[in-house]
Design a protein around this ligand. Structure first.
Ligand SMILES: Cc1ncc(COP(=O)(O)OP(=O)(O)O)c(N)n1
Ligand SMILES: Cc1nc(C(=O)O)sc1CCOP(=O)(O)O
Ligand SMILES: [Mg+2]
Length: 241
């Protein structure tokens, strides 16, 4: 089985704050979105706000500030970790295995996710990190919209990382997962294209999108987004929504 291809296929840009290139959040985001060159194939289709060092109030403020820019570009804003900030201002949330364990405690994940679905607006996206085949198989029974799978290669952007899974395992996971797969971890342009050819719906990146100026970020994001969309569409499966 191959998962359906979502409309948001392509570049999944992670805006990791504080920005490693020293840019303010809005400038880094403007670069990612390629403001002057927006077209469905030239910009990331998803931007994730990942602000691990911000407190809840600051994360909420950032999500409210950035959401209109992301939406004006025709993309979706996902907030990492923070369900409350995501529900208040964004189009979805991304949760890791540890986030889920903390949130659910002794409760079944299915039950907690059903509650989240009921509370969330229609179309709200829920993403879940997976790092092993067992986690992918567990996720298959969960009401999530996509899984992150990685790290594909070792990453410099996350200290506490799981062992690298590699491209062959990604290809298998893309075949067995009913959910669209977003590949993550250690990806540059070449690696992202390999992920697309392995069947990933998206390639998520932090480091490959960092630049010291807005123009530099824009050049990186535009090139990557365009190449990825072409590679994914070349597989020939029409997007489902
Ligand atoms: C698309 C995507 N995939 C995986 C992750 C990692 O989430 P998590 O394991 O919760 O780690 P943190 O990013 O929260 O440190 C992600 N953020 N996005
Ligand atoms: C945030 C994150 N999660 C990962 C996972 O394996 O779940 S890897 C990762 C870091 C991705 O950054 P870069 O593109 O710079 O390697
Ligand atoms: Mg997390």
């Amino acid at each position: 089985m191959r998962a359906r291809v979502p409309a948001w296929r392509g570049l999944y840009a992670i805006l990791d704050l504080p920005h490693a290139g020293g840019l303010e959040p809005a400038a880094a985001l403007a670069g990612l979105l390629g403001v002057m060159e927006i077209g469905p194939e030239k910009a990331p289709t998803i931007v994730q706000l990942r602000a691990k060092h911000a407190d809840a109030a600051e994360r909420g403020r950032l999500a409210r500030e950035l959401a209109p820019m992301v939406r004006a570009a025709g993309a979706l804003l996902i907030v990492d970790d923070d369900v409350e900030a995501a529900m208040a201002a964004a189009d979805g949330v991304h949760l890791g295995q540890e986030d889920m364990a903390e949130r659910t405690g002794d409760r079944p994940w299915t039950e907690w996710l059903a509650e989240l679905r009921r509370a969330a607006p229609p179309g709200f996206l829920i993403g879940l990190s997976t790092h092993t085949r067992a986690q992918v198989e567990h996720a298959a029974g969960l009401d999530v919209d996509y899984i992150g799978f990685g790290p594909i290669l070792r990453t410099r952007s996350k200290l506490a990382q799981e062992p690298a899974v590699g491209f062959e395992e990604l290809e298998t996971v893309c075949t067995v997962s009913p959910h669209p797969v977003v590949a993550i971890g250690g990806l540059g342009a070449e690696e992202a294209l390999r992920c697309a050819r392995a069947g990933a719906a998206g390639a998520a990146m932090i480091g490959a999108l960092v630049g010291a100026t807005e123009a530099e970020v824009r050049a990186r994001a535009t090139t990557l987004a365009t190449a990825l969309r072409h590679a994914i569409d070349a597989l020939g499966q029409p997007p489902s929504r």
